[in-house]
Write a protein that binds this ligand. Sequence first.
Ligand code: IMP
Ligand code: MG
Length: 178
Amino acid sequence: MNQDISTILYGKEQIQQEINRISAAISRDYEGKNPLLLCVLKGALIFLADIVRGVTIPMEIDFISISSYGSETVSSGKITERQKPLTNLKDRHIIIVEDIVDSGLSLQYLIEMIREDKPASIATCILLDKPEAHKTNIKIDYLGFSIGNDFVVGYGLDYAEKYRNLPFIGVLKEEIYS
Ligand code: IMP
Ligand code: MG
């Protein structure tokens, strides 16, 4: 797998440092609010698992699944909901935990969908952002790293379901997907 990576962007220690910062911010901002961390499957699974272990206040987790890409590396703009959260979102403080914002269309769709359930608040917690690729106005409340337009894998992020288990975030060699 490692031979398919052209550059390692962030290693374990660097990621953990940002995770600690985000966990502390959530613990401070949501004291007494019992937030629901809503993990967007599957890419944000590892990010969520690391975040929650640093959160020091009572909180809950749930999962949501949407699909946008298939095995393409550019956003199709076509998004479908695959699995709803089991928790009733009404009057809850929701923190959407997502791996990456590219065009921002998935996150926008997700926010609109969640809003229909009348939560008390909605915030976004994103591991990676590609600001140059945005096609919509997205507000990120907690961000790990801002990156360029490269296609990245590892630490939960995949290409065609592979590479999620890499312990670092790296740029996938273009020859793998072109
Ligand atoms: P958006 O709707 O264009 O913002 O796409 C967001 C989704 O596309 C993310 O949740 C990822 O699943 C996927 N995605 C976008 N860029 C990358 C990348 O560089 N690596 C892996 N997945 C990506
Ligand atoms: Mg995703």
